[in-house]
Design a protein around this ligand. Structure first.
Ligand SMILES: O=C(O)CCC(=O)C(=O)O
Length: 283
């Protein structure tokens, strides 16, 4: 089945950052499943994103690169992250929490002359959550989780088909599951740079079901045959735009980037605290 422009299976709205208040409490709609995604335009000016792209290109500040590559510049040819995700980290999580602390400092430095990235995300989530507090989860030792990762996709690379509810099967999610409802997590990312062509977020009509995963099995990417008969929509946010969508239960992928400029995004996940009050974000 082909692409559809508007779909009743993907309820989506687009607003300008200056109209953010019109999204007040929209997280309730995500919870009731009457909303599947929002695109917030110009969360940062496109011009500022060009400056942030140039810094990422220069590896300034010197973020931790995953996977580790020697020399660091060799990573450029391949898909890689600045920072590390919970599912990529080793089970002890000592590396994860160490990298998280460095990432937060580097991220503040990356946005040093604009609005701080974490501050802006927390503000947006708080408005969307009707004024609820927004926190970074912390482990029992008080160490903070990764607030986001920067995803770098050079030409030809993709993020394959997946559904983020599957991530919580990974053993490294054990503590996070005691803090927030990871089975209804939302995905968000801010686009820093778009490649010349490609790099769209493709969302499918297919919804996640427990039966899709072998019991408690985490898989990096799902077989594309799962969506071959499904309708789909592709979305290409522009630099400075942020998207938040129900990536926990909607199958999605990122199409191959093309051209000489890589695709840069920064993002993570958002979920309701089990106490019913706070919202939590992590990567
Ligand atoms: O484009 C990105 O940064 C990641 C998109 C994605 O697959 C996700 O948010 O789960």
């Amino acid at each position: 089945m082909g692409q559809v422009e508007q779909a009743d299976w993907f309820r989506f709205c687009t607003v300008d950052f200056s109209q953010l208040d019109s999204l007040e409490r929209c997280l309730g709609e995500f919870a009731r499943r009457t909303l599947d995604g929002v695109l917030i335009r110009q969360v940062y000016p496109a011009e500022y994103m060009r400056e942030i792209s140039a810094r990422i290109e220069r590896h300034d500040p010197p973020f931790y690169i995953f996977p580790q590559t020697t020399p660091p510049a060799a990573a450029r040819k391949h898909k890689h992250l600045y920072g590390i995700t919970l599912v990529a980290a080793d089970r002890s999580l000592s590396e994860y929490f160490r990298v998280a602390e460095g990432f937060r400092a580097h991220c503040r430095e990356l946005f040093r002359d604009g609005v701080d990235y974490e501050e802006r995300m927390r503000h947006i989530f708080s408005v969307l959550g009707g004024g609820r507090p927004v926190s970074l989860p912390r482990n029992p030792d008080g160490q903070g989780y990764m607030p986001a990762t920067i995803r770098i996709l050079p030409a030809g690379t993709t993020i394959d088909l997946h559904c983020d509810n599957n991530l919580s099967h990974h053993p490294t999610y054990a503590h996070l599951k005691t803090v927030c409802d990871v089975s209804n997590q939302l995905s968000f990312f801010l686009t820093i740079n778009t490649p010349g062509a490609g790099g769209e977020l493709v969302v499918y009509e297919r919804r996640w079901s427990h039966n899709d995963d072998a019991p408690s099995e985490y898989v990096v990417s799902k077989d594309s045959s799962m969506v071959e008969d499904c309708e789909w929509i592709s979305i290409k946010p522009q630099p400075g735009d942020m998207i938040l969508f129900a990536g926990g239960r909607i199958y999605h992928r990122v199409a191959a980037a093309q051209g000489s400029r890589p695709r840069y995004t920064i993002g993570g996940f958002l979920a309701n605290g089990l106490d019913g009050k706070a919202l939590y974000y992590w990567s």
